[in-house]
Design a binder for this molecule. Sequence first.
Ligand SMILES: Cc1cc2nc3c(=O)[nH]c(=O)nc-3n(C[C@H](O)[C@H](O)[C@H](O)COP(=O)(O)OP(=O)(O)OC[C@H]3O[C@@H](n4cnc5c(N)ncnc54)[C@H](O)[C@@H]3O)c2cc1C
Length: 389
Amino acid sequence: MVYGEQAKTFDIIIIGAGSIGVPSAYYMSKAGFDVLVIDQLPSVGQSSNKHAIGGIRATHSEPAKIHLGKRSLEAFSSWEALHGEDIEWHQGGYSFVAYTRENAALLQDLVTWQQQNNLNITWLDHQDLLEIIPNINPVKLLGGTFSPEDGSASPLKAAFSFHKMAVQAGAVFHFNETVLDLISNGSRITGVITDRARYTCRWVINAAGGWAKQLCSQVGLSVPVEHDSHEAAITEPIARIFEPMIVDMRARPGSTNFYFYQHPTGKIIFCMTPEPPIYGNHTIASSEFLPIAARRLIEIMPVLKHIRVRRVWRGIYPMTPDGSPIIGEVDGLDGFLLAVGMCGQGFMFGPGVGELLTHVVLNELDDADKIILESLTFHRNFETAERLK
Ligand SMILES: Cc1cc2nc3c(=O)[nH]c(=O)nc-3n(C[C@H](O)[C@H](O)[C@H](O)COP(=O)(O)OP(=O)(O)OC[C@H]3O[C@@H](n4cnc5c(N)ncnc54)[C@H](O)[C@@H]3O)c2cc1C
């Protein structure tokens, strides 16, 4: 089909088959909508989604993220039982560890607030934490949080499985097709133009990850989402020696934090936030990452000093100024939904965002939906970051 021919019509068009677009397609097609998902790449989850290390938690420090995280955790943890599909869900928990008085005070204060917000999280002192993570470096260890219901899953397996279930529910996926422009009629977005065809619909959802800003600029919308590169590595497998995702919030030369966990296959996966940040969308791993990250791994778990690293990679956080996603409608643009700027948490928020967007389209918002939409609106000032940014 070429431009000018009659457009194909759907209820909903989702731009992007990534961490957000694929689960959203599942929830929306299950709710009875005709859904088309368009991605410029050859299959699902081939951009930021497959670069994520798979961490999933509800234990955030901001109510909107707690609601999204809880919904997603429920979806990931029950997925295999409901659908018979293995997405490598592993409920190992999360532990933010403290080696400084400042971090211990911040985390203890936060745990009190998180418990008041019905999260299953506790503060463990030095000795109790060593019982959960026997190989963690005990020198100057003050303690840490432990949230046993958090966990991890495979971003690629999850994307493939959400895709399969979305297709079974009737969703249509077009790969190797790029959305070039949005069609508008006055203040309403009515469809999209791609390099292959023209489609009309009732709702367009921008779930284009690192490319969200570019698409929004087509309709004069300035969305603050930038490419922010992060790198990760995976080792050879060893017998299981610890369960939780361990987060070390200390800054070290070249990084502002460090986190790692042991995958169900026994491999250790680790990641850090580089300092200074590396902006841009190149995905070739740098030579700086591994020497910095490997030192941090050995510092916090010295027993790993002889483990061999198998692979490093680099991917994109679609980053906003305050470190929180942008979700919901835009004043003055009907029929257009943003689900962008997922920063370092888009994989763990995918199912939660999918459910939320479905409620928006159905016009059936519950109290949690309203809290999320108010907090993560495009119309906020982007000046306040959550305490655990
Ligand atoms: C090293 C690393 C570790 C991470 N670890 C975690 C983690 O442990 N937990 C977690 O939750 N998150 C993690 N993340 C973050 C996570 O990967 C992202 O937040 C998430 O993948 C973003 O999802 P998305 O759907 O917005 O973007 P994507 O998954 O990138 O999907 C966007 C899709 O839109 C498509 N697209 C864009 N423009 C167009 C267009 N014009 N036409 C057609 N298609 C288009 C792209 O091809 C892409 O497939 C990590 C990221 C990195 C780099």
